[in-house]
Design a protein around this ligand. Structure first.
Ligand code: 8YV
Length: 321
């Protein structure tokens, strides 16, 4: 019998995913879920045919160049691939895949949670009740912003953005979007397309980010773009922290230009800027966009489908390099 490929699995994955890994591969699992820095990752990769990492492991060019010759494929357990230098992987002939589609619903759910949480002051209210500080009620108490019927601007109308648009329609919101390309009318369903981000910003009561982290999108939300937003806009980000200039967003929250924000992602996470916790009007979540049991299983199975295809000599469905 041919030797089964060896797969380094960098983090603890769902039981069913690990069971399939152990059934079909020589799986090097990480039962303690310990985090691997670059050196530990390179040591662990010694002699493996494939790596199944999460976005928590980084593969800059320097790491890709030092990966053992045996590594043929990096089958990510993530849709985002900004933790992998794809050009460096291509240059070494290492195949890279991701897990699109399967986390659309979960990420859209968290987006709606952030939107509602920021608008309706959920974090402030929860803190007050939990701390035993709720002592009175009045019609002026904890008044927030209604979401229903408002205008939302979706930045990045890809897989997740489209599901967010559908959920926003459930709240009778008017949809505007900025995207590299305009969608066909049947997908747009009346959504207003803006080829330039700056042209969309003044129309929106809510702005929500759904674009990948690329050199073009890094820092795209900054002092200038915030100045073009409506006064009192509510800002949501469940995509990547690097697309936002955090100093500019904090300043806008402090001045009230941005009335509230809901964030699931940050620069330098999980070691986020501690100033975030001092701002009352921001609703903070710890990068849990895709963290549902159903989606975690689906991400693992999708990554495995890519590995299976590669080792069966077929083109993996989700090849990105
Ligand atoms: C995942 C994500 O939890 O898939 C992505 O790109 O941002 C997250 O939702 C994480 O990346 C898993 O590795």
């Amino acid at each position: 019998m041919a030797k089964r490929p060896t797969v380094l699995v960098t983090r603890k994955l769902p039981e069913a995913v690990e069971a399939r890994l152990e059934r079909d591969y020589e799986a090097r699992l990480n039962p303690d879920d310990s985090e691997l820095d670059a050196e530990a990752l390179l040591r662990a990769a010694e002699g493996v045919d494939a790596i199944m990492p999460c976005h928590s492991e980084r593969f800059p060019a320097g790491v890709i160049e030092r990966l053992p010759e045996s590594v043929k494929i990096i089958a990510n357990f993530s849709v985002g691939t900004d933790h992998v230098d794809l050009a460096a992987a291509r240059a070494r002939g290492i195949v890279v895949t991701n897990t699109p589609e399967v986390l659309n619903d979960a990420t859209a759910e968290v987006t709606m949670l952030l939107m509602l949480g920021a608008a309706r002051r959920a974090s402030e209210g929860e803190r007050l009740v939990r701390a035993g500080g709720w002592r009175s009620w009045s019609p002026a108490f904890m008044v927030g912003t209604q979401v229903t019927g408002k205008t939302v601007g979706i930045v990045g109308m890809g897989r997740v953005g489209k599901v967010v648009a559908e959920r926003c329609r459930g709240f009778a919101m008017q949809i505007h979007y900025h995207n590299k390309v305009r969608l066909p009318a049947e997908v747009e369903q009346g959504a207003v397309y803006h080829p330039r981000l700056d042209d969309m910003l003044p129309h929106c009561d809510f702005i929500t980010m759904h674009c990948p982290n690329t050199p073009e999108t890094q820092g795209m939300i900054n002092e200038d773009s915030i100045a073009k937003m409506k006064d009192g806009v509510i800002f949501v980000n469940a995509a990547r922290g690097s697309i936002v200039d955090e100093d500019a967003l904090m300043a806008a929250l402090r001045s009230g230009k941005v009335k509230a924000a809901g964030l699931d992602v940050y620069r330098n996470e999980p070691f986020i800027d501690e100033r975030w916790s001092k701002i009352e009007t921001v609703f903070l979540l710890p990068h849990i966009g895709s963290a549902t049991a159903e989606t975690r299983d689906a991400m693992g199975f999708r990554a495995l489908d890519n590995l299976d295809a590669y080792f069966a000599g077929r083109e993996p469905g989700d090849r990105v390099a």
